[in-house]
Design a protein around this ligand. Structure first.
Ligand code: IMP
Ligand code: MG
Length: 184
């Protein structure tokens, strides 16, 4: 796909590497949850490609559901205050939850979601994330299944967007803008 005028893309994690890593993650999760069933909870919207592939790499009975979250803005974001835009339709109580996130950046979103689900009586909560940018972490959060650790770059593709663009790229690409100024 051609970048938009003034923007450039540089492949950071190629399609084949993603496919092989997601396969490994699925096998690991299958092993770890053997004999149980899962409720996969995707965090919209960036999760949608990763979740479709990961779900098919897991050989267990599972259900899927989604949550949508928004931060209140730059100032409250740093306090970890997030707002639930779309809550789960499924009951959480007694279920083994696997949260599916595209990327962990500051960790604020995930630490909020972890607490929220645990407080609703889930039997267990684990997190899977395709990408991890540990250099920007401000909230300590455990990520049980992580695909790739990446440097502090703004990335798009395989579900991730900039301004709702590039979600349908097959590779994860670094987005380069003239000013290197990308709103987060
Ligand atoms: P945080 O971990 O609470 O800072 O937020 C993580 C969320 O920010 C992710 O779910 C993405 O929606 C978004 N995000 C963080 N880094 C990137 C990036 O490099 N590209 C696209 N979205 C990102
Ligand atoms: Mg997201």
């Amino acid at each position: 796909m051609e970048p938009r005028p003034g923007e450039a893309l540089e492949v950071l994690v190629a399609e084949a590497a993603i496919r092989s890593r997601v396969g490994e993650m699925g096998r690991q999760i299958t092993e770890d949850y053997r004999g149980r069933s899962l409720l996969m909870v995707g965090i919209l919207r960036g999760c949608f490609v990763f979740m479709a592939d990961l779900a098919r790499a897991i050989d267990l009975p599972l259900a899927i559901d989604f949550m949508a979250i928004s931060s209140y803005g730059a100032s409250t974001r740093s306090s970890g205050v997030v707002r639930i835009l779309k809550d789960l339709d499924e009951e959480v109580e007694g279920k083994h939850i696997l949260v599916v996130e595209d990327i962990v950046d500051t960790g604020l979103t995930l630490s909020y979601i972890r607490g929220h689900l645990a407080g609703r009586g889930a039997a267990s909560v684990a997190v899977s994330a395709l990408l991890d940018k540990p250099s920007r972490r401000t909230a300590e959060v455990t990520v049980e299944y992580r695909g790739f650790q990446i440097p502090d770059a703004f990335v798009v593709g395989y579900g991730l967007d900039f301004d709702e663009h590039y979600r349908n790229l097959r590779d994860v690409c670094r987005l380069i803008t003239p000013a290197e100024q990308v709103a987060r």
